[in-house]
Ligand binder design. Sequence first.
Ligand SMILES: *Cc1c(COP(=O)(O)O)cnc(C)c1O
Length: 391
Amino acid sequence: MTDWKTRTKLVHTGARRSQYGEMSEAIFLTQGFVYDTAEQAEARFIKTGEDEFIYARYGNPTVRMFEDRIAAIEGTEDAFATASGMAAVNAALTSLVKAGDHVVAARALFGSCLYILEILGRFGVEVTLVDGTDLSQWEGAVREDTKAVFLESVSNPTLEVIDLKSVSAIAHAKGALVIVDNVFATPTFSRAVELGADVVVYSATKHIDGSGRCLGGVICGTTDYIRKVVEPYLKHTGGAMSPFNAWVMLKGMETLDLRVRAQAANAQGVAEALEGHPAVSQVLYPGLKSHAQHALAMEQMGAGGTVVSFDLKGGKDAAFRFLNALEIVKISNNLGDAKSIITHPATTTHQRLPEDQKALLGITPGLVRLSLGIEDLEDILADIRGALSVI
Ligand SMILES: *Cc1c(COP(=O)(O)O)cnc(C)c1O
């Protein structure tokens, strides 16, 4: 099974069949489990064995299938599924640290990830933020008492790529755990563990579901970290994934590789078409040679990913006119969907950031973030060209 290639694992790994031999993985929509005897219940509370469950907050057969499948794809020993991506980021960090510990994080983070770091600060964890693309800042910030470093391997929305191999080496030299939010890299293009990450976190809401249905998240790591650090925390604080959502994610994974590769090809095509367009001042896409970390992105992911960000010359007015003129591409703040989605970060996802923070992170009034779907590239390009001609 470990010799299987990714596409085979995505379809088969982790499947557990009941006595009925169902083809499609079953949804075990149950909170609890019935024991034959009181002795069996007692034994299970001492130690659960394979295919033995106690309560859905601790684990569930459908959820376990999803966890086993994503761990196999990511190349980690184990995984724990959560109710959302944020539940995963929160548990990955909070389960690990205590007052007095130190955490270093890249400053270009999803707003809710920054909020979690603020909460840690409230409870006495010292947090240092660095420019994730500047290795000397990581060198300077990571100390002997640094418990973890946290980063998004490709940042949102400006698509900066962080050098996982170098940051991991810096962190490991001081004994810190490397926790990577890998949503933008996607499981398809991820080599995070191979490059040194200890823990990989996904919002399954994005590419793993892929059709905009359910929230979900997952933490991938060693058996020791997942079972001794993460599981006790999640089991008692209640961030478990619903069995129904786990089933949706399992179905999503079957087509994950096909979708993500098609989305990345569309993203590359759109990025190339936009570069040099008179209405566009800058295109940010790791798959373009003009991207500051193009070589690193190719080495780390082998592709530019499924999201393209670009700056429109006319600022917010131009951005709004462009968004409003699109027909196929939908205005929304999600990403990773089979449908192409466009976002204006300055007024939505990053609205709450103070202006100087926005400027520091490159979130200009004209910046738009386009998450490519699996539609035909010609149609997407025609839609984008048509909308650009309006502004
Ligand atoms: C969406 C997202 C999250 C949060 O995931 P939810 O499933 O919405 O909770 C965290 N990190 C990144 C990079 C994301 O894009």
